[in-house]
Design a protein around this ligand. Sequence first.
Ligand code: ADP
Ligand code: ZN
Ligand code: ZN
Length: 727
Amino acid sequence: MPASPRFISVAVPTPLRSTFQYRLEGGQSVRPGSRVLVPFGHRKLAGVVTGIEEEPNVDNKKIRQVLDVFDDSASLTDPILKLCQWAAGYYDHPIGDVIANALPTLIRKGGNPRDPLNKLHITSAGANADPTVLRRAPAQRQLLANLIDEPLTRGEIKLRRISSRTVKSLIDKDWAEWQQERTEPDQPFELGSVHIPDIEITGEQADAIAAIDDTTPYLLQGITGSGKTEVYLRLMEPLLKAGSQILVLVPEIGLTPQTVARFRDRFDVPLTLLHSSLSDRERALGWMQAKEGSVGIILGTRSAVFTPLLNPGAIIVDEEHDTSYKQQDGFRYSARDLAVLRGQFEQMPVVLGSATPSLESLHNVETGKYRHLQLRKRPPGTVSESYELVDTRHLERREGFTRALRNRIKDQLAIGDQVLVFLNRRGFAPVMMCSDCNWIAHCRRCDAKLTYHLNLNSLVCHHCGSSNHNIISCQACGSNHVAAIGLGTQRIEQTLKEMFPNYPVLRIDRDSTRRQGAMEDFVEQVGSGEPAILVGTQLLSKGHHFPNVTLVALLDIDAGFYSSDFRALEKLGQLILQVGGRAGRAEKPGTVVIQSDFATHPLLQTLITNGYAEFSELLLKERQDLELPPYTFNALIRAEAADSSLAREFLESISDGRKSSPSVDLLGPIPALMEKKAGRFRQILILTSNSRPQLHRELHERVTLAESLPISKKVRWAVDVDPVDFF
Ligand code: ADP
Ligand code: ZN
Ligand code: ZN
C-alpha cells in the first residue's frame, strides 16, 4: 500500500539537474515512481516521485502543494526508477529528462492507456442499411464501410481525413454512435505451443545455451547465419514456459518483418512490438502490458530498454555493435550498456549478440566482465560467403564499375540470381562542381558539401536538410558548366538501368523507403527470387536476409580510410561483414567483391582472409598503444551557439583552473569534427582518463561549474559520456 508521507521529491521534465520538494495533502498517498501533478513556476507539470521525506529541505512555508496524484497502476516500477537514477548520475543528465525519455509520452503526462476510450461504432441500423442510399455521399459511404470493419477512435478518424460533418451525418441517421470502450488489464501470459524447426543444434550452439545460466552478461559472437537467433530462441523457451518475460532489443532499422516473424513463428505467446511509428496510446499500451505481465516477449528499439517487466526473464541485445543503441542527442545514453546494468539490478541474464562485436564489448570479455560465447562455424548444410578484394588504383572504372565487375553482374543475372550493389551514399552525386573555376557547392549553414538529388532536382544538405534549387549556375563565377561529381545511390541506379535494361533495379535507401511500408514492398519483391539488382546503403545491412543474392559488390568503401574518427576502421570492418552477410544463405554460396584503393591495407587483408576476430584483435592492440577507448574513458562537453566564438568561450571558462583529479586529461575546447552545423558553431571539451570514477568526478565538477555561470544560459550545451563520435 502506498504510504502517506508529508514531503516528496519530484523529478519534473526540465533541464535542471535537481529534483524539487513538494508537500502532500492528507489523504494523498504516493510511493517512489508515482506520477504527480505539481505547480512549477507558472505552469503545471506532471512529474515522478523520486523520494519521500519526513522533513522539509527548505523553509516549510515555501514548499508548494502537490496538485494531483495520478493513477498508481501506471507508476514507474522500482527497478526502472533505479535505472533512471543511476543513468542520470552516470551520464550527468537531468533526472527529469531521463525519466521523460524512459516513459511513453502518454504515461509521462499522467494518462493511462487503460482509461476508457471513445470509439465510433456502427449501430445495427447502420449494419443493415442499404449503402446505395449514400450514392451521392461517398465520404459517408466510405466511413460506413470502415465502421463495418472496426470501430474508430477520434484520432483514427482524423488520420483518415474524415470530416466531423461526415461523422455527424451518420450519427444523425442513427447508423453510428459513440461508445466508451474500456480495455481491461489482460491475464498473465501463458506460453502456448512452440514450433521447433527440424534442425539439430550444433555443439557450439548447445554449449552457448547451456552456459547462459546466471546473471553475468554474455557476448555471443558468431558470423551472420551461424545460428545466434536460434540460440536466443532456445534460451527463451524455458523462461517463457516458467512465465518470465524476455526483452529483445534490435537496432533502429533492424525491426523488420523478417525479424518479428522469427519470434512469432516460434512461440505462441503474446508479443509487444515497440517501434517508432506507434501512436502514443499504442506505445503506452505496450508498456502497460509489459508491466502487467500480460506479454511474454517485448521486441523494441533503443528506448525499449526502459520497459518495465513484471517477471524479468532475460534481455537480448541483437547486433550489439550497432551505433543506433546510443542516443545521439539530448540524453545520450547507450541502451546496450543500460541493458547490461539492468540485468544486474533485476538479476537476469543479458545476452549481447553480434557477428562483429564492438571493441568495447570484446574488451569487456578480456577483462572478465562479460563471458564470451562463440559460434565459429555455420550449421551444416549452410555455406559462407567468400570475399574478394579488387585493387582499383590502376583499374579503369565506368561510373564506379570495373569491367570485371560488370561482367560478373551480367553472369549472375543470367543464371537467375540477384545482385546487391552497396554504396553508403544516398542522392545522385556528393559533389557539385564548376568546371571553369572549381567552385564546389557547400551548405550555407554547415561545413558540408551539398548532395545532388535527381528526383528533387536540387542540392540537399544531408546534415541540416536544407535544399537549394539553383543547380545550373556557379555561385562564384556564374558559369553554367557545373557538373555532378562522384557517386550516389541514385546515380548507380541510373547507371545499372542503362547497363542492364532487362532487369529490375531496386534502390533501397532512406529516400526511397520514406513511405510507410515501402521497405516491406521491396523485401517482398526481392523475396520473389526473380533476378534483380538491389542498390542500397547501410539500410540494407540490418535485419534483412536476401537468400537469392549471390553477388554483393561494395563499390566505394574508402571514406573509412580517410576519416579522422578513430572508430572509422572498426565501423568499416563491421559494415563490410554485415553487408556481405546478407548474401547467399542456406544452399547458395555468395561472393562479396570489395573495390578499394586500399586493397593492400593490412587491416583489410586481415579482415577478409582471417576474419573479424583477428581484425578486431589488431584494432584493440592499436587502441591500447594509442591509449584510446576502450582502454581509456572519454566524456565530452558539447557546446554550440549561433555566435561563432561563444561556444568556445563557454568551454574555456569551464576548462580553466585547477583540475581536481590528476589522472584526468582535459583537451580543448576544440571545434567539433563538423564545426558548423545548421547555422550553429560547435565546440567540444574532451575529458579522458583511465579511471572511470575520477572521470565522472571531474566531469561532474565541470558541469556544476558550468551551471553556475551566466554564459551557460547563452549556449546550448550537453554532456556526452562514452561518445561514439566527435562530430
Ligand atoms: P544468425 O542469427 O547468427 O544470423 P540464425 O539463427 O538466423 O543465425 O540462423 C541462420 C539459419 O540457419 C536459419 O535459417 C536457421 O534456422 C538455421 N539454423 C540455425 N541453427 C541451425 C542448426 N543447428 N542446424 C541447421 N540449421 C540451423
Ligand atoms: Zn546543412
Ligand atoms: Zn565557377
